[in-house]
Design a protein around this ligand. Sequence first.
Ligand code: NAP
Length: 244
Amino acid sequence: MPETVIITGASRGIGRAAALLFGKNGYNVIVNYSSSADKAEEVCSEINASGGCAYPFKADVSDRAAVDGMTAFAAEKFGGADILVNNAGIAEQIMFCDITEEKWDRLFAVDVKGVYNCTQSALPHMVHNKYGRIINVSSMWGITGASCEVHYSAAKAAVIGFTKALAKELGPSGITVNAVAPGVIATEMNSRLDPETMDALREETPLERIGTPEDVAETIFFLASPRGAFITGETISVNGGFVI
Ligand code: NAP
C-alpha cells in the first residue's frame, strides 16, 4: 500500500517539485493550492501520467474548515495522510515601519497558523497508526533574520520552534517532525527581485548559484523516506552555503 502525502502550496515552486518527486516515486499525493487551480491540475496530470496517483485540493491553509475538508478528502481517497509537507507560504519585502497589522496578521495566518491548522488536522490519523512524517518549510531568514522581512523572518523562526517542540511531543507516537530552511530558490516568490539583486545573492552563495525547487524537494523527500527515520526536531539548511 503506497504512502500518502499532503503537500500544501504544491501548485508552484518548491511544493510543485516535491509533489512531482513523491508522485513519481509511487506515493499518493494531495496537491494543495489556494488559487492556481490550473497549475495544480497540471501537477496532478504529470504525476498521473507517470503512473502515480494525485488529486488537487483547493484550501487556504489559514482556514481551518477548509483544511479539515482536505484531511477528510485524503481519508476518503487514500485512507489518510502518512506524510504532511507544510510548504505553503507567502513573503513580502517591506520596511518594518510599514508592516500594518493587517499585513502582519495575514503573513502569520498563512505561514504559522497554516502549519498549526494542517498539522493538527492531519495528526489523528498518524497518531492512530503510530507512524507519520511532518516536514515544515521554514527559511534561512528564520535562522538569521532578514532586513525588510521582519514578519516573514519571525514567522519562519516560529516554524522552527514549532518543529522542535512538536518533535519532542510526537516522538513516542512514532512521528518525526523536521524542517527545511531553504536559501535563495528560483521560484515566483523571488520573481520581484531585480537581476542585480539576484546576482548579488548568487555571489554571496559559496556554491555560486541560485537554488532550484528540486534541491529543496530532494531534502524534503529524504526526511519523509525510511532513510530519514531517525532524524527528528532538525532544521536542515538547503542554501548552497549562504548561512554557515
Ligand atoms: P511560490 O512559488 O510563491 O509558491 C507558493 C505556493 O504556496 C503556491 O503553491 C501557492 O498556491 C501556495 N499558497 C500561498 N498561500 C497559500 C494559502 N493561503 N493556502 C494554500 N496555499 C497557499 O513559493 P515557493 O518559493 O515555492 O515557497 C514555498 C515555501 O518555501 C514557502 O513556505 C516559502 O516561504 C519557503 N521558502 C522559499 C524560498 C525561496 O527562495 N523561494 C526561500 C526560503 C523559504 P497558489 O498557486 O494557489 O497561490
